[in-house]
Design a protein around this ligand. Structure first.
Ligand code: BES
Ligand code: ZN
Length: 620
């Protein structure tokens, strides 16, 4: 991998009062440390994919034909692959095999596929097969689905797993449009991050088109017993037949969310916005695959209380999918902006009070993450440095919540109207482009700070981006609802007293806050009182279950243990199982139990989740 640094002096933009703050910073590190590709030499523009999905062997096989641009008359083009078996390569539709080499295997990055081309080469075709344990893919047998009748397959490409199911230039800085023809068993439906069918085909063949240029991590495929239900003219829900009604009820506001988002930051650019609700082993809450958000069924709480997840994934249609982080070191640009935008959508639809509660919960998560990592840890900087590491290490609340806090500080310094105009213009002027942190800093300097010097002092841009910890000018969010909960807990004076709080305190946010604000050392008696009054686990709300079970483990509340075991086997969302395992491994006895439960749970987890838990339990 080459390293090409462009050094710029941006002293010009650094105004008097912030001279020390942003001068001589490294600007525009253009190359992606997590990709072997060399786009400055030869780069992909369009993909034509033809795949067959085989559930008996757990293998996808097919052909990826790439339209390429040979930028510098290079004699080769480099793709990323990981765990792929390459069968044949041809150029420009010729029957003859082209010359290629597969580089040495790198544990995290896989192998570079270098193909010999000429200055005139326009198309490169690669015939390949995926491995049985391809990291992006999860093959579920029928018993792991809601319907229990048909198998299921889904992909998760972010951050660098696309290369385990399609040979590609797997960098968020490289965009391409795509077409695909996918053959699946006749009784199943196939969906992609593209224009999708709403009905099953008769022959199991599906064709797709994504005509907007997207980065590789947004390629996605799901195959299963899936039906569709419309919400409004441009939004709808896909799910297994038995889940569809519940999912459509839960997400009834999706159409309104798209309209609210457009009102804040301009037109939705992707045509339709649909949501696919996956089986419970989906490793994330949601994944912003263009036109088709993938979502965990753990947000189907039955009371629409977790729909902020949809607001979040929808917000990525602007921050992330339209304007994309150039490398995974700039991940906060995707997630910080999206967390900010998510809360603006929530505020627009459900009011300031609800948004405030989520901001407080977010800020507490940020403080906890900084405390866990240490306030001087480089991984608490917004600008990440994950070269030679798995970019998955960067998926922490720093990107999300420190990113959010930073944008909140700018919003306050500039005023909401000025800030909104700035963000709308930022999305518009960078649409379908990838951007580095340094590009953003320059854009911010030029288009906001240079216009009003006072903003600079108030914001402290460089501190937020390049220093660890939480800067002193962070705005500490406040929720009156939560203050009320604080005072009730205080009035208990040490041990939990039954109060009438549960009747007034129905919302998920309030319940989550209550659990987090409880004193550390609760007795079994205290927990029984809480359990009786609040019935946290009766809710079927997995966020609340996660918080409650974590507390139960902390306080050795053994009554909850059988439920905890069931929960860990059923739920595969990493964020909702990791805190429990982390708590369990704190004692020898707990660790032994964790291993026993994990033995049963692991077959239900996607690689994203089991790799993290393997590491925690020291099995790998
Ligand atoms: N794009 C992320 C998920 C992701 C991040 C996958 C990094 C792989 C690598 C998605 O938008 C996300 O943030 N999901 C959250 C949603 C939550 C913040 C509402 C999740 O899954 O918990
Ligand atoms: Zn996100």
């Amino acid at each position: 991998m080459k390293k090409l640094f462009l050094f710029f002096c941006i002293g010009f933009f650094a105004c008097q009062s912030e001279k020390k703050d942003i001068t001589n910073v490294e600007i525009g590190e253009r190359t992606d440390p997590h990709s072997f590709s060399e786009p400055e030499k030869a780069v992909v523009k369009h993909l034509d994919l033809e795949l067959a999905v085989d559930f008996s062997s757990h293998i996808i096989s097919g052909r990826a034909t790439w339209d390429i641009q040979n930028v510098s008359e290079a004699d080769s083009i480099v793709f990323d692959t990981h765990q792929l078996k390459i069968d044949k390569v041809t150029l420009d539709g010729s029957a003859d095999s082209a010359e290629y080499t597969l580089g040495q295997e790198h544990k995290i990055l896989g192998r570079a596929l270098t193909i010999k081309i000429t200055p005139d080469t326009k198309k490169v075709s690669i015939w390949y097969k995926t491995a049985e344990d391809a990291a992006a893919l999860q093959w579920l047998n029928a018993s792991q689905t809601a319907g229990k009748k048909h198998p299921y397959l889904f992909t998760q490409s972010q951050a660098i797993l696309a290369r385990t199911w399609v040979p590609c230039q797997d960098s968020p800085g490289i965009r391409f449009s795509y077409k695909a023809k996918v053959t699946v068993p006749k009784e199943l439906m196939a969906l992609m991050s593209a224009v999708n069918p709403q009905k099953r085909s008769d022959d199991g063949i599906y064709t797709f088109e994504q005509n907007k240029p997207i980065p590789s991590y947004l390629m996605a495929l799901a195959v299963g017993d899936i039906d569709f239900k419309e919400i409004d003219a441009r939004t709808g829900i896909y799910a297994e037949p038995g889940v569809l009604k519940k999912a459509a009820w839960e997400f009834a506001d999706v159409g309104k969310m798209v309209a609210a988002a457009e009102k804040i930051y301009g037109p939705y650019q992707w045509g339709r916005y649909d949501v696919l609700v996956l089986p419970p082993s989906f490793p994330f809450g949601g994944m912003e695959n263009p036109m088709l958000t993938f979502a965990t069924p753990t947000v189907l709480a039955g009371d629409r209380s977790l729909v902020n997840l949809i607001a979040h994934e929808l917000a990525h249609s602007w921050s992330g999918n339209l304007v994309t982080n150039a490398t995974w070191n700039d991940f906060w640009l995707n997630e910080g902006f999206t967390t900010y935008f998510e809360r603006r959508i929530i505020e627009e639809l459900y009011g300031r009070e609800v948004a405030e509660m989520q901001e407080v919960i977010g800020f507490n998560l940020l403080k906890a993450t900084v405390a866990e990592l240490g306030a001087k840890n480089d991984d608490t900087k917004l600008k990440g440095s994950f070269e030679n590491r798995d970019p998955d290490d960067g998926v922490t609340d720093i990107a999300y919540e420190k990113g959010f806090s930073f944008l909140r500080v700018i919003e306050k310094a500039a005023g909401r109207n000025v800030f909104d105009a700035f963000v709308s213009e930022y999305f518009k002027s960078h649409q379908f482009q990838s951007i580095s942190t340094e590009d953003f800093v320059l854009y911010l300097q030029k288009n906001l700070i240079a216009k009003d010097v006072k903003i600079s002092d108030k914001v402290m841009v460089s501190k937020w981006i390049y220093d660890p910890g939480i800067p002193s000018n962070a705005i500490i969010p406040v929720s009156m609802k939560f203050k009320e909960i604080d005072s009730v807990i205080k009035s208990w004076g040490g041990s939990v007293k039954p109060s009438r709080l549960s009747a007034r305190m129905k919302s998920t946010n309030e319940r989550l806050y209550l659990i987090s604000a409880l004193p550390d050392s609760l007795s079994t008696q205290d927990l029984s009182v809480l359990h009786r009054e609040y019935g946290f686990t009766r809710s079927g709300n997995t966020e609340i279950q996660c918080a409650w079970y974590t507390l139960a483990l902390k306080s050795n509340y053994e009554k909850a243990y059988p439920e905890i075991e069931k929960y860990l086997i059923n739920v595969g969302r990493r964020k909702l199982v990791l805190p429990l395992y982390k708590e369990m491994v704190k004692t020898e006895k707990g660790k032994k139990w964790a291993r026993e439960v994990y033995l049963k749970a692991r077959p239900n987890y996607h690689s994203v989740t089991f790799n993290t838990i393997d590491e925690l339990l020291g099995d790998k």
